[in-house]
Design a protein around this ligand. Structure first.
Ligand SMILES: Nc1ncnc2c1ncn2[C@@H]1O[C@H](COP(=O)(O)OP(=O)(O)O)[C@@H](O)[C@H]1O
Ligand SMILES: [Mg+2]
Length: 509
C-alpha cells in the first residue's frame, strides 16, 4: 500500500496576487484541515479577503497552487469553486431585498420552476436550519430581516449549494454579542458535522473561543502559518499582526481642562421615528478634555451627535463658546469650529467615489491657498493631500486613489486628517475605532489624544468601555436620552457604569 499523507480540506501554496501598485498576497500558504476552524487574521488591508476570494474563485492567483481535498484546482469563476464545495460568506451581503429568504437561497440555481413549489423548498431550508441552528423564517422578505438574520441567509445559501468548506469574512463585525455567541455555536455544530471553516476576525477573544489554529497576514505576507491557538496571548497576536509590540494602553498626559467649550442645556430631541431620543440632557465639555459617552446602543447617542453638529433639530440650547447654535445648519457648527467624526464613514464621513485629495479638501476648498474666489487650485490641493497622507500614514498607492478603495482604518485616517486640519474647537467623535484592527485603533486613539493636548474639547461617543476608560477624562453614562451620572474616568467603577447603562441612577447604585 502506498502511504500518501492524508489530504487536507484545502491547501493553498505560494499564492501570489497583485493589484495595481499592491502586492496583496506574497507567496502565502494556508492549510485547512478537515473539520477544523482556522482563523485568518491581519490588519485591514493585509490581504485576507483577497486570499479568500482566490479560494472562492473570484480572483486568479498569478502564481501558486490550490488543492481541495487533495485535488489540484484551477478556478475560473465562483461557480467552479462552488462545484468543489467552497462557499464564501462575504463581508457585504449579496441578497435581493425584495425577495424572500427561500427565493434568495434558490437564486441562480437550476431548480426547475422553483416558484411553482416554494413551500417544498421552504421545508428543505427549514431542515437545513434545524441541522445547524440557523434560525430565520424562509417566507420573510430579506428587507424585513435584521443584519444577523441576513447573515444566516448567506450561510444557508452556501450550505444549500453543498459547501463543505465555509469561508466567513469578518462575520462578527456586524453582530451583537448574543448573535456572536449563536454564530459560534453554529460554527461548532458545522465542524461537528464534517464541515471545515476559515474564520476571518480581528478579535482575539473570538479567535480563542472557536478556532483551532490560525494564520496571520501582514502586508500580504504570512507571519504565522497554521499556528496552534493554545497559549496565544493578545500581545503575541498583536505583534504578529502589526509587526511590533502594541501598547494597548496609549499614554494620556496629565492636563488641566480649560474653559467650557460645549454647554448643552436641557436638550430634548426626537429620533427618526418621532420618538423622544434625548430627554432634557445637560452636559459641559471643556478645552483639552475628552468627555466620554457610555451607553448601550440606541439610547440617544446618534441623536446627540446630530443635534450638536446641526444635523437634527432640538429643544434647549447648545452653546459653543457661549453662542447658541441649536437648530441651525451644519455649516453654522462648522463655522464655529465643530469637527465631526461620524459613525458612518462611507456615507456621511466621506465620498466613496472621490479621491483622497477631494475628500481631504471638502471642508477647506474655499480657503487659501487651495480655494480662490472662483476656483480650486488642484496642485495645492494635491500637495495638501500628500502632506496629510504622509503625516497620518495613510496607506494607499497615491492621493488619486478613490476613498472606496481604502481599508476602514485608512479611510478613518483621511476623515480625521481632514477634520483636524480645520483646527477644531470641539470635536464630536462617534465610534471612531469601530471595526478597525488593533494597529489602526492605536493610531486613531493617539490622534484623539494629540487633539486633546492641542486644547480641543472632545465628545467621544463609544460602545467600547475599555476605549472610554483609556481616553476620557470624564465619562457620562447615557440611558434613554438622559445622563445617568458623570464620573472621573481615572477611578470609574466598571460595575457602576454597567448599572447606569441599564438605567440605575448613581445615587441608587
Ligand atoms: N479589487 C482591488 N483592486 C485594487 N486593489 C485591491 C483590490 N482589492 C483589494 N485591494 C488591495 O489589496 C490589499 C489587500 O486588501 P484586502 O484583501 O481587502 O485586505 P483585508 O481583507 O485583509 O482587509 C489592500 O491594499 C487593498 O487596497
Ligand atoms: Mg477584508
Amino acid at each position: 500500500m502506498t502511504s500518501s499523507p492524508p489530504s487536507h480540506a484545502v491547501e493553498m501554496k505560494d499564492i501570489v496576487i497583485r493589484f495595481p501598485g499592491v502586492l496583496a498576497n506574497d507567496r502565502v500558504n494556508l492549510t485547512l484541515k478537515h473539520g477544523e476552524i482556522h482563523a485568518l487574521l491581519g490588519e485591514n488591508g493585509a490581504g485576507k479577503s483577497t486570499l479568500m476570494s482566490a479560494l472562492a474563485g473570484l480572483y486568479k492567483p498569478s502564481s501558486g497552487t490550490m488543492r481541495v481535498h487533495g485535488e489540484l484546482v484551477d478556478f475560473n469563476s465562483p461557480k467552479d469553486a462552488i462545484a468543489k464545495g467552497i462557499g464564501m460568506v462575504y463581508q457585504h451581503f449579496m441578497l435581493v431585498p425584495t425577495q424572500t429568504v427561500t427565493e434568495n437561497i434558490l437564486l441562480g440555481l437550476n431548480e426547475p420552476k422553483f416558484f411553482m413549489d416554494l413551500p417544498k423548498y421552504d421545508q428543505k431550508i427549514r431542515d437545513l436550519q434545524d441541522q445547524f441552528g440557523l434560525r430565520v423564517d424562509p417566507t420573510m422578505k430579506v428587507w424585513q430581516l435584521s443584519v444577523g438574520e441576513q447573515q444566516r441567509v448567506e450561510i444557508l445559501k452556501t450550505l444549500y449549494r453543498g459547501a463543505d468548506v465555509l469561508i466567513m469574512d469578518e462575520p462578527t463585525a456586524v453582530l451583537a454579542p448574543q448573535e456572536i455567541d449563536e454564530l459560534m455555536n453554529t460554527m461548532r455544530s458545522m465542524t461537528k458535522q464534517g464541515k471545515s471553516i476559515i474564520f476571518i476576525s480581528h478579535k482575539l477573544n473570538e479567535v480563542t473561543a472557536v478556532a483551532d489554529r490560525l494564520t496571520v497576514l501582514r502586508k500580504g505576507v504570512a507571519t504565522a502559518e497554521g499556528m496552534d491557538i493554545e497559549g496565544l496571548t493578545g500581545e503575541k497576536l498583536a505583534e504578529l499582526m502589526v509587526g511590533r509590540k502594541v501598547i494597548f494602553r496609549v499614554e494620556k498626559k496629565e492636563q488641566e481642562p480649560g474653559d467650557v467649550v460645549l454647554d448643552l442645556r436641557e436638550i430634548s430631541a426626537q429620533n427618526n421615528k418621532g420618538v423622544r431620543a434625548l430627554n432634557k440632557l445637560s452636559l459641559k465639555v471643556h478645552q483639552g478634555e475628552i468627555l466620554g459617552i457610555a451607553g448601550v446602543a440606541g439610547n440617544g447617542q446618534s441623536e446627540l451627535a446630530e443635534v450638536i453638529t446641526g444635523m437634527r433639530g432640538c429643544e434647549g440650547s447648545i452653546l459653543i463658546n457661549g453662542e447658541d447654535v441649536a437648530n441651525t445648519e451644519p455649516s453654522a457648527a462648522i463655522a464655529r469650529g465643530v469637527a465631526h467624526i461620524p459613525e458612518d464613514r462611507t456615507g456621511v464621513g466621506s465620498a466613496p467615489n472621490m479621491t483622497i485629495t477631494e475628500n481631504t479638501i471638502m471642508k477647506n476648498y474655499r480657503d487659501q491657498p487651495i480655494g480662490n474666489k472662483w476656483s480650486i487650485n488642484f496642485t495645492e490641493a494635491r500637495d495638501h493631500a500628500r502632506g496629510l497622507k504622509d503625516a497620518y500614514d495613510i496607506l494607499a498607492p497615491n492621493v488619486r486613489t478613490m476613498a472606496r478603495k481604502l481599508s476602514g482604518g485608512n479611510l478613518q485616517k483621511v476623515i480625521l486628517a481632514r477634520e483636524i486640519t480645520t483646527n477644531p474647537k470641539l470635536m464630536v467623535a462617534m465610534q471612531p475605532t469601530r471595526g478597525l484592527d488593533v494597529g489602526a485603533i492605536e493610531s486613531i486613539q493617539r490622534l484623539l489624544l494629540e487633539q486633546r493636548e492641542a486644547g480641543t474639547a472632545i465628545l467621544l461617543i463609544s460602545e467600547e468601555l475599555e476605549e472610554l476608560l483609556t481616553l476620557s477624562d470624564r465619562i457620562a453614562v447615557l440611558h434613554e436620552g438622559k445622563v445617568m451620572g458623570i464620573m472621573d474616568a481615572e477611578n470609574a467603577d466598571v460595575k457602576e457604569i454597567g448599572l447606569m447603562m441599564t438605567g440605575t441612577k448613581r445615587s441608587d447604585a
